[in-house]
Design a protein around this ligand. Structure first.
Ligand SMILES: [Zn+2]
Ligand SMILES: [Zn+2]
Length: 327
């Protein structure tokens, strides 16, 4: 849908869709009107290697990785300035200081999926880790970033580090056998544990939803979906894994004015407050940094002016609240 129709649908209150549930109030803490969770899918070059769009291929992927790196200090400073916590769905490889290619292959302990093609990616030759430089974060900062993870942890804001698989795999049950999924997650846990991090929140790369039983088995308590733009309530899978539903992805549309962008985000917050629903926003830190320079501070101002109504939190803090309520 183009930006013109997005604007029309928004004006008509067709987007985001507002879910109604008789017991909806249970999902919002007493005294507040809405819960706001903001995710970042944090991946450097890993997301783009097999992309079918203009960012595909190792070189372009690395460029995206560097762009993301350049953006991160700006984003983190703004989060600190406005005290906005982010749930960073982080690619496991980013935790590494370095890695090496042994005689046979990179990350030999990780099982590979068969070649596949989905809506976004095509993996049809070579090895899944061919793009991995197998050096270290100083030589190839577009593939590793323990320095940035430390920066997130030391920023003074209650950010959460979550999981986005080790190497940005397709997680669907069609393309990802449980053994592949489990070996990716085992590496993520291993890498995160050296930072003292326990991974609880998960985001499937490109929302390739699958291996939900694998998530439960590996101790995750939530995942995010993007079937539609929703202001609504979480659902629980097998009584142990919460599904948090996306409301909107940060995007900068050239056809829209700065003023309209700001209006739109603040209006989403107003609608969330009015409907007493949960708002889940997400972004790629590699996106056009002008969004953070010109739109994000205005959003933060609205949030901070309405902290009495809006609980801005992370996925796991929210899940802890839900579980605490016995939901
Ligand atoms: Zn590696
Ligand atoms: Zn991703």
């Amino acid at each position: 849908m183009n930006s013109f129709f997005k604007k029309i649908n928004f004006g008509l209150h067709l987007d985001p869709k507002i879910e109604k549930r008789p017991d909806g109030g249970k999902y919002i803490p007493d005294g507040r009107e809405t819960v706001l969770i903001i995710y970042a899918d944090f991946e450097l070059g890993w997301a783009w290697r097999y992309a079918k769009n203009e960012y595909g291929g190792v070189e372009k992927a690395a460029e995206q990785g560097l762009k993301e790196r350049n953006n991160m200090p700006v984003i983190l400073d703004l989060c600190s300035e406005h005290n906005i916590p982010i749930t960073w769905a982080t690619i496991g490889h980013l935790f590494l200081e370095s890695c090496s290619r042994n005689a046979r292959m990179a990350h030999e302990e990780i099982r590979r999926a068969e070649y596949f093609e989905n809506e976004f990616w095509k993996y049809s030759k070579g090895d899944w880790f061919d793009a991995d430089p197998c050096t270290d974060y100083k030589a190839n900062p577009e593939w590793y970033c323990p320095d940035l993870i430390r920066k997130i942890m030391e920023s003074g804001v209650k950010h959460e580090i979550g999981c986005h698989t080790f190497s940005h795999i397709d997680c669907t049950d069609r393309f990802c056998p449980p053994a592949v999924f489990d070996s990716e997650i085992a590496e993520c846990k291993n890498a995160a544990s050296s930072f003292g991090i326990e991974l609880k929140s998960f985001v499937h790369p490109a929302h390739t939803i699958g291996n939900l039983d694998g998530l439960i088995k590996n101790g995750f308590t939530s995942y995010r979906t993007d079937y539609d733009n929703i202001l609504g309530y979480p659902d629980k899978y097998k009584n142990s894994l919460w599904e948090l539903k996306s409301t909107w992805e940060f995007a900068l549309f050239k056809e829209w004015s700065r003023k309209y962008h700001v209006y739109r985000y603040c209006e989403i917050f107003r609608r969330a407050i009015k409907s007493r629903t949960v708002c889940v926003l997400w972004f790629h830190p590699s996106m056009d940094i002008r969004f953070f320079e010109s739109i994000f501070p205005e959003m933060c101002k609205y949030i901070n002016d309405n902290r009495d109504k809006i609980w801005v939190t992370t996925a796991t803090e929210y899940v802890n609240f839900l579980d605490g309520r016995g939901l």
